[in-house]
Design a protein around this ligand. Sequence first.
Ligand code: SF4
Length: 530
Amino acid sequence: MATNSGVKIVLTASATEMSDFFNNPFMAFSAGFGLGPIPVGFARKTLYPPVERYPDGRAKYAPYGLRKVEAMLLESGFVESDVAVVHPVDLDVFVGSDTKVVGISSMDPTGMGYVSKTYSSIIGGGEPMNAVEFQKLVRHPSIKRFKPKIIVGGFGSWQLERKQMTDKYGVDCVLMGGRPDPIVEVFKKAVNGEVLPRIVHADESLRTWDYGTMPLVKHAGIHGAVEISKGCGRNCQFCTPTMQNKVDVPLDKIMTEVATTTREGSDHITLVTEDLFLYGSKNKTFIPNKEAVVNLVKSVAEYPGVKSIQASHMSLAPIVNNPQMIKELAEILIERSWYSFGKKAIITAETGIETGSSRLMKKYMGGKMLPYKPAQWQEIVADAFGILNDNDWYPLATLIVGLPDEKEEDVLATLELMDRLKGYNAFYVPLFFVPLENCVLMNKKGAEIDSLSRARWDFFIRCWEYNIKIWKPTFLENRISNPLLFKFVNNVFIPCFAGVMGLYYGWTRGEQLKQAFWTLGMPQATVRAQ
Ligand code: SF4
């Protein structure tokens, strides 16, 4: 229980990260959009409500990375009363004169992530919600008043240094990476009142990584997150997990975290991984180990209290390599489905298509399609989507525009691939290339809106045209039961709204956006779900 003088170590994250987005992990993408005229308070109520809290104010669920830091501290001499994991709205209860350090986890503190960069520059609306909420957090009155040390870690902490915001936000130390020893050391220094290093590199150099040193979470993560593997090893040059060889978390450790998570009230489990299908594979050419993957998913599905399971990421080549594995997994997962399409239960996970250009695949992502060749990439993507859809598996696929040295013919190749995917059900997220810290391409220039050629705009519009065609009926049917109202919204309201938005964006941001809204608003883009 917090006292008026606060808790020694307070762990938190911005309001966009301390939310389950109404139990919808994919909606968290929307925090990369600008708020426009919408007040922050309204967005917190309608888009990213606070996680549940215990009666004493501690968060019931928190980002998985924050839960790992909490576990590291609890296993190195601190006790539960020393450490509180809280939502930012409760900081005034937990930060006081005894508080030595506030540890913040952030995925995207300045809005430099893929989604933020892409959609805030296309749609406008001001700073992305992620950045707005991070500023609110570091400028919280309790932090200003009691001046604890501020340590920022998490996947996006590098952005503070890249954008030179560390000092401006009053951050004492930027932590990069997730290795326990350096993290515990810097928190101990903060508690002892010592001067903190400005940057701590706690990178997981997985060539020497021993997962045995990573403590298991003591409390539940948001969306029931449980890590099953770390790193990837396919070496895509725009990506950071590429710097890490893959390490699988042993099944008994996974099940211990599943037990902790369900005990604390979560009936959902998110399997956190760069690639579900490579769990247990030791093969250098990335041939999946079907028995290990199916055994893992079966074990989690059979655990008492688990009602739904979602894998965070998957790759496409193992699907083509072992379609039987997809079938067997689908038979288990469809009974533990998290999403639906119309009235039908579906399975999903995020995957990277990135580009349809075999030239760029070979140049930057030669390992992504192993055991196959870069020249086969389009075929692999199309075949994998077919196998997935046949098993009620509808992927969320990201694509990147503006990779260094991308030529017009590369974009045309991606458009050609999109044509091949026309008949499949998926959700497409086209993104600008962003040079993330610690990736091979980190010193290259990111893509910008003014670099969008006609073909690149066509590609963006094509992705969203498909999304609207595939998902609009489900979206509307889940909300509007009256058939007349459905017709009015679909045939009149949405086209008029898109028309007005097109005029506005055409006037403020250029002809291309006007055309995009007008194309996407057309009712003929809608095909009712079968
Ligand atoms: S396959 Fe995915 S996780 Fe692995 S290196 Fe490539 S982009 Fe990164």
